[in-house]
Design a protein around this ligand. Structure first.
Ligand code: FAD
Ligand code: SF4
Ligand code: SF4
Length: 403
């Protein structure tokens, strides 16, 4: 069967905080109340439903990354052309279809006229998986295609998604009526609308349309690739981020709390991969998925070095200043290239880099929600996030805790 693309150009029905995961456009839009991570999420309950247990919050990296059995630095032995990194994510989906372990894969394709714009796609043939490769910027109603999967009578499904999509999927999973769903997650942070992303490209490059690839890498650089095959790396510190509008990143993406997609069976990212990919196997189904790539994937223990505290505190200071409407502490221009060169050498690496990013995101969540939507805090900030914030002196006021 030909792939099914999500078609409607209608805007999503209005919701207060919403990343248009697709539920509001589905046959039962009222399920948003139960499914949304921005309304009244139940991470602890869903961790038990999905993994059979909660994350360990003491003396364990699970407080940062959610429940897991194993973590690896990883790469496909033969990188998949057109993939964001080496294509572990889409290779898993391809194997699932090849071995007929699923009838379809629900994931993100791209718009015919704008390769950066995500368009949900339901794929049933392994040769079509190539349509999903690579990162698109923005969000699109992935879960709206669950209705199509049901109508087609698909029983076993794989879903690849970012955390706010996977949260909603898990919250509704038991009533969706599929026999089996394999859930492949990627981490996600600093997402914004596709329109805003185009604006960003035009700030960093005089020829934004020629950029075909962008990635924020663990070596503190952004990698850009161009239509003519050229590549460029810009140190984070040299990015003109101060030119972005204050509302460039939506409140949703500044305040979501599940950076590493803790409700997936397996998470495929790069943060803890020290320049390669980072795989988190969360449960037995995740292990079953990884085994599909036996002989085709290189796996090794992730490295863990450096100290994150200074970088996280610097981020916290700047987030506090920005939340108070004050100008950011900026490094003098002459110093930036030097620090940009130094960071990959002395900054936290591997798992310590991933911990730093998770803590930064937790800090941003607390400070921005407090400033913009304080009433949401008691529902949206789970217990483990407050535990992470303790060492940075951020503690909840009584009205910020659930009753
Ligand atoms: C907006 C965004 C932010 C991210 N931020 C981080 C981060 O901070 N740290 C980190 O470790 N990883 C992050 N990732 C994940 C990372 O970029 C890679 O997608 C991941 O490492 C998989 O690489 P791969 O080569 O295996 O992927 P591929 O085999 O190329 O497959 C990519 C998969 O991602 C899906 N996808 C692409 N764009 C979107 C989108 N906009 N929405 C939903 N699904 C999409 C595709 O459909 C495909 O299934 C982010 C991904 C996105 C989409
Ligand atoms: S469940 Fe999805 S569609 Fe509904 S409000 Fe939340 S993000 Fe938006
Ligand atoms: S940053 Fe968070 S809210 Fe925004 S798209 Fe990614 S997972 Fe969803």
């Amino acid at each position: 069967m030909q792939p099914i693309h999500f078609q409607s150009k209608e805007p999503a029905p209005y919701r207060d905080l919403c990343t248009d995961c697709g539920i509001s456009r589905s046959s039962e839009p009222k399920r948003c109340g139960q499914a949304c991570q921005f309304i009244e999420p139940k991470y602890e309950h869903l961790e038990i439903q999905v993994h059979g247990r909660n994350r360990q919050v003491h003396e364990s990296d699970e407080i940062f990354f959610g429940p897991y059995q194993n973590m690896y630095q990883a790469a496909m032995q033969k990188p998949v052309a057109g993939a964001q990194w080496t294509g572990i994510t889409t290779s898993l989906a391809k194997k699932l279809l090849h071995h007929q372990l699923v009838d379809g894969v629900l994931t993100m394709g791209q718009d015919a006229n704008d390769a950066w714009r995500p368009v949900p796609i339901l794929i049933t043939q392994e040769e079509d998986i190539a349509l999903a490769r690579g990162m698109k910027m923005g969000y699109a109603p992935l879960l709206a295609l669950l209705d199509n999967a049901k109508e087609l009578g698909l029983k076993k499904l794989a879903v690849i998604g970012i955390p706010c999509q996977i949260y909603a999927l898990r919250a509704l999973e038991q009533e969706l009526g599929f026999e089996k769903i394999y859930v492949i997650g990627t981490p996600c942070s600093d997402n914004t609308t596709t329109e805003n992303f185009h604006e960003f490209l035009s700030i960093i490059d005089p020829e934004p349309k020629s950029i075909t690839y962008l990635e924020f890498k663990a070596n503190y650089h952004v990698e850009l690739r161009y239509q003519n095959g050229k590549k460029k790396e810009i140190p984070f510190l040299m990015l003109p981020l101060s030119k972005l509008r204050p509302d460039f990143f939506p409140t949703t993406c500044r305040t979501c709390v599940d950076y590493t997609n803790s409700l997936a069976d397996i998470t495929i990212g790069y943060m803890g991969g020290n320049g390669e990919q980072w795989v988190i196997v969360r449960n037995d189904r995740g292990q079953e998925l990884l085994s599909l790539l036996d002989g085709e994937i290189k796996l090794q223990a992730p490295i863990d070095s450096g100290k994150r505290m200074g970088a996280v505190k610097g981020f916290m200071k700047n987030t506090e200043l920005a939340a108070g409407g004050l100008p950011l502490r900026q490094m003098p221009d002459w110093l930036r290239p030097i620090v940009g060169w130094l960071m990959p050498k002395v900054g936290p690496k591997g798992i310590e880099f991933a911990r730093a990013r998770v803590e930064m995101k937790a800090i941003e969540t607390a400070l921005i929600l407090r400033q913009q939507m304080p009433k949401k805090m008691k529902h949206m900030v789970p217990h483990h996030i407050w535990l992470l914030l303790e060492k940075y002196g951020i503690t909840p006021n009584p009205e910020e805790l659930p009753k």
